[in-house]
Design a protein around this ligand. Structure first.
Ligand code: BEZ
Ligand code: FE
Length: 291
């Protein structure tokens, strides 16, 4: 068979598979399956994928399935390290005015966090240097957003979220509401770098490609208010390691903030007595209109 006959046969198979979905009632489903078929076949054809490589890929996905349970989601982790999660965010959060940019949610958000008052401490016993965080929530017209729900979660200074410990602790996560002028503030712990879970197939992929599992130091936010688009984002510590090689491609320059070290032992902005070092940062949040 000539090269052109071979190529024609391969293309005919693609079209036959695409056509097999023609009976789908949903136009969107037809579109998605058609595009998936074309891109998947193109991948196989472009790389001239071998039978062994295909078997290895199936084995990899099978291992992802086996390690996934109610607490561990290896497929989302895979999407994260392939940059697909960030591409989803780019596609679904087109820039609106000066609205704050979004980034990955990650696997450690938990519904039902405790509420703390403005100025409260969400550490809940988590190890780490105290860190004062303050800012405002506004809409794209600059109007303060009162009563915005602000969810915050973060790892402790050892790099672990509360849900990664075997006990049932709730620490370094909470929610609070902005005041009538859109202001908020709280005590947290200064974020430090930590590795994403890398003891499964996704970790093997990172090792096989010489990539680090580390994430740049960050504090997660989810901010919601009536009539406004819910923002899921983090702030990153300026100058920390891994900003340029975050394992899930989550860093955006606009989200990198100064975490200013304060005089050790000096009182906090709310008069709190602090023994050792502490730092403070500011994060002014702008919410886009609901879509
Ligand atoms: C996180 O920041 O919590 C996270 C994000 C993506 C994958 C793993 C962890
Ligand atoms: Fe995180």
């Amino acid at each position: 068979m000539s090269d052109s006959e071979q190529a024609a046969r391969e293309r005919a198979l693609v079209e036959e598979v695409v056509a097999s979905f023609a009976g789908a009632e949903s136009e969107r489903l037809r579109e998605l399956l058609g595009a998936l078929t074309r891109h998947l076949h193109e991948f196989v054809r472009e790389t001239r994928l071998t039978e062994e490589e295909w078997a290895a890929a199936i084995g990899f996905l099978t291992r992802c399935g086996h390690i996934t349970d109610g607490k561990r989601q290896e497929f989302i982790l895979l999407s994260d390290v392939l940059g697909v999660s960030m591409q989803m965010i780019a596609v679904n959060n087109e820039a609106v005015g000066d609205a704050t940019e979004a980034t990955v949610v990650g696997p450690f958000f938990v519904e039902g966090s405790p509420e703390v008052p403005i100025g409260g401490d969400l550490a809940g016993g988590a190890a780490g240097e105290p860190c004062w965080v303050e800012g405002t929530v506004r809409d794209v017209h600059g109007e303060p957003v009162a009563g915005a729900r602000i969810e915050i979660w973060e790892a402790d200074e050892d790099g672990f979220y509360d849900v990664q410990y075997a006990d049932d602790r709730v620490a370094a996560r909470a929610h609070l509401f902005s005041d009538s002028a859109g202001r908020y503030s709280f005590w947290a712990v200064r974020p430090t770098p930590y590795p994403i879970p890398d003891d499964g197939p996704v970790g093997d992929l990172l090792k096989a490609t010489g990539r680090s599992p580390m994430r740049a130091s960050h504090l997660h936010f989810m901010v919601s208010a009536d009539g406004l688009h819910t923002l899921v984002t983090h702030i990153f510590v300026r100058g920390c390691d891994y900003l340029a090689r975050d394992s899930v491609f989550g860093v955006k320059e606009s989200l990198v903030k100064d975490f200013e070290e304060q005089e050790p032992g000096s009182p906090g902005p709310d008069g709190r007595a602090i023994d050792g070092p502490w730092s403070r940062t500011r994060f002014d949040i702008v919410l886009a209109p609901a879509r």
